[in-house]
Design a binder for this molecule. Structure first.
Ligand SMILES: NC(=O)C[C@H](N)C(=O)O
Length: 360
């Protein structure tokens, strides 16, 4: 019989709405399992459950990712057939990336599940997302970290844990990088999508190399400065000194991998060059993303920012890159060549290598 560890962490899927206010409620694990056992298509699965913490996911901190990892290990989760983690949608892509890295060499499926509304509401997709996660564990037995979340068309999507973008505002939809999920659950079976950006089923099944330091003593740095550009951003407002001196800066780029590089009198403060020069003087690496892995031409602004020393993190989502930077700078010491590690070490398909041709 399939044996699954259920880790509940709060989120809307573990919440109740009273007088129009939704808040986490106690008994989320038993409530979910009771609903599952009587639903159509339920499998005969043995569940153990843990509640490492219970909160709306907007309240989570990186230290909670470590607590979740510890609770899973201590509960013997890695010896089960699979693990399901219920979670809120707001920070789901960050926790999914964190777990993908923390458990990059796992041999079982770990599936995160969330819900648009509490389980007691008729429009809730939480139970269906959970049911698909159970089917995915039982049917695919694929190692690694995944997310089960149905899309607006009702497809039971399965996403890679390192590929998920933040949920879209207003539509509340989750999309994977390159616009295509890893696959869907179809009649209780996992059907992978043969898209150019996706790993093949055979690649997903391969055992992964263990990065010993991450496996032993992971940590997350709280000194990564994240900068999101907009027209008129004055780079002088990004502080690099004082008690909060960052280990590194992650600068998001516009979708064409560009940022303002405007030159001329009165414009210098609006150009990324201003920040790049201060970073260089303070010996702080400045990473940029998203940047496509396979771009064969670039805008002059993009060429200029790379020429000025920005370190591109290619083919990785901003969400995963941010978590990976926190992990690298929280785990490795300054003597380790962190920049080299970050730019050359793909972990659990976080770095997309799209093929030119779609595979047959
Ligand atoms: N749908 C949700 O789960 C949203 C909630 N605020 C959370 O992230 O915990």
């Amino acid at each position: 019989m399939t044996h699954i560890l259920l880790a509940v962490t709060g989120g809307t899927i573990g919440s109740h709405t009273d007088n129009g206010i939704t808040a986490v409620s106690s008994g989320a694990a038993s409530g979910l399992l009771e609903r599952y056992r009587v639903c159509k298509g339920a499998r005969n699965v043995r569940f153990d459950s843990i509640t490492p913490f219970s909160m709306l996911s907007e309240n989570l901190l990186p230290t909670d990712w470590l607590a979740l990892r510890q609770a899973i290990i201590e509960a013997g989760g890695l010896e089960r057939d699979g693990i399901i983690v219920t979670h809120g949608t707001d920070t789901l892509p960050f926790t999914a990336a964190a777990l993908s890295y923390l458990f990059h060499d796992v041999s079982i499926p770990i599936v995160l599940v969330a819900s648009n509304s509490p389980l007691h509401e008729p429009r809730s997709a939480g139970l269906a997302n959970f049911r698909h996660a159970v089917d995915f564990v039982a049917d695919s037995q694929l190692p690694g970290v995944y997310v089960s979340f149905a899309d607006a068309a009702g497809r039971a999507c399965i996403h890679l844990g390192t590929r998920l973008h933040e949920s879209a505002p207003f539509t509340d939809e989750f999309v994977s990088a390159y616009g295509v999920p890893l696959g869907v659950m179809d009649k209780r079976k996992f059907r992978p999508f043969r898209a150019a950006a996706n790993p093949t089923f055979a690649e997903l099944r391969l055992p992964r190399i263990r990065h010993v330091r991450i496996a032993e003593q992971p940590g997350f740095s709280d000194a990564i400065r994240f900068v999101k550009p907009y027209p008129g951003l004055d780079y002088r407002s990004v502080s690099l000194d004082g008690p909060h001196k960052p280990h590194a800066v992650l600068h998001q780029l516009y979708h064409s991998a560009t940022a303002c590089m405007r030159a001329g009198v009165g414009s210098a403060r609006y150009a990324l060059l201003e920040l790049l020069e201060r970073c260089r003087a303070a010996d702080i690496p400045l990473f940029v993303c998203p940047v496509k892995s396979d771009a064969d031409s670039a805008y002059e602004t993009n060429a200029q920012l790379l020429e000025a020393g920005a370190v591109p993190l290619r083919g990785i989502t901003t969400e995963a890159a941010l978590v990976k930077l926190m992990l690298a700078y929280g785990t490795y010491s300054a003597s380790h060549d962190i920049v080299r590690w970050l730019t050359t070490t793909p972990l659990f398909f976080d770095t997309m290598q799209p093929r030119k041709e779609e595979r047959p």
